[in-house]
Design a protein around this ligand. Sequence first.
Ligand code: AMP
Length: 121
Amino acid sequence: MAYDDQNIFAKILRGEIPCDKVLETDHSLAFNDIAPARPVHVLVIPKGAYVSSDDFTATASDAEIIDFWRAVGEVARMKGVEKSGYRLIANAGEDGHQEVPHFHMHVLGGASAGPMMKRQG
Ligand code: AMP
């Protein structure tokens, strides 16, 4: 899938719309989800134009990938969920129910995430 630079996270990165920033690093930005599903719900995104996890890991530089994963861990520690636990989710594409086509990791915590997913059938 080609990157759509009109997606909402691209607009946040360009400063065209605001976000509730949690952390900014050289290559990544983390901000609170606008519709939190748990008490802690932060989105971590690379600053580069990547659609999905597979796109990011295939085409981003090592520095961007390292920076991203360090940012995900830092967010968990900043939000104090590293002891109580948290869930990471990265939706991709249609079957993954991805709404915003800019790669992002959901960091969810502060309450039980429940079972991983309903089993089909
Ligand atoms: P996904 O379904 O994985 O693409 O998730 C997209 C997430 O982006 C949802 O949890 C939305 O609540 C969140 N979201 C959409 N617009 C914004 C925004 N302007 N600021 C923060 N989070 C947003």
